[in-house]
Ligand binder design. Structure first.
Ligand code: SF4
Length: 207
């Protein structure tokens, strides 16, 4: 059964790779490897370096993200990438802003990419979802307010037909100062403690 799901996921990612629905987005579509896991990380959108690497979080934000996971669960990048599924609200690079940092996917792009995300979620069937940053958190929890209202707490949600636990984290991008200033620093530490204690996340410590 898992073999069939994996084949279907591989087919989905191949199909996704050919998507050119958003005129302002820069291909390639970043799909990464097909991984079935009870834990799903949801990012915002790939950066300029992720396309050539064909994997999400392949650059500086990834270094921070993998440091967080190593600290919480004792899993290095290779273990996280092989045992945890990765997705994003949008799967193409949106381009740079003149003032620095990456452009946030707009509403049309989020809506255009949602069927891909939903199809991936349906096949992966996560029990724990870790959305990174405001845009991903809004997609999973429907929360559009300040991060401080949701980070540091364990949530439950019904998302794309699945009942899931949700541990929201700030985006690990170096552009954001939220994780390193209060109250973000304390709330991030609390969220990582929840990740370290969560039985579904802990189940990944044994391959
Ligand atoms: S962002 Fe998503 S919907 Fe838009 S072109 Fe890329 S894969 Fe397609």
């Amino acid at each position: 059964m898992a073999d069939r799901r994996l084949e279907a996921l591989e087919a989905l990612l191949t199909q996704m790779k050919g998507c050119r629905a958003c005129p302002k987005m820069y291909p390639p579509v970043v799909v990464g490897p097909a991984v079935l896991s009870p834990v799903l990380i949801v990012g915002q959108a790939p950066g300029v370096r992720e396309g050539p690497a064909d994997k999400l979080f392949a650059w500086t934000a990834g270094k921070t993200l993998f440091r967080w996971f190593d600290g919480a669960l004792g899993l290095d990048e290779a273990a996280v990438r092989s045992r945890i599924a990765f997705a994003a609200v949008a799967r193409c690079f949106p381009g740079k802003l003149a003032k620095g940092g990456d452009r946030k996917p707009d509403t049309d792009e989020v809506l255009a990419c949602r069927p891909w995300l939903e199809a991936q979620v349906t096949l992966v069937r996560p029990r724990l979802v870790v959305p990174l940053g405001a845009l991903a958190i809004e997609q999973v929890l429907g929360h559009g307010g300040p991060l401080a209202e949701v980070v540091g707490r364990l949530h439950t949600a019904t998302w794309h037909g699945l009942d899931v636990d949700v541990i929201p984290l700030p985006h690990p991008s170096g552009v954001s100062t939220w994780p390193v200033t209060e109250p973000g620093k304390t709330l991030l530490a609390r969220a990582l403690e929840q990740l370290a204690r969560h039985p579904v996340a802990r189940s990944l410590q044994t391959p």
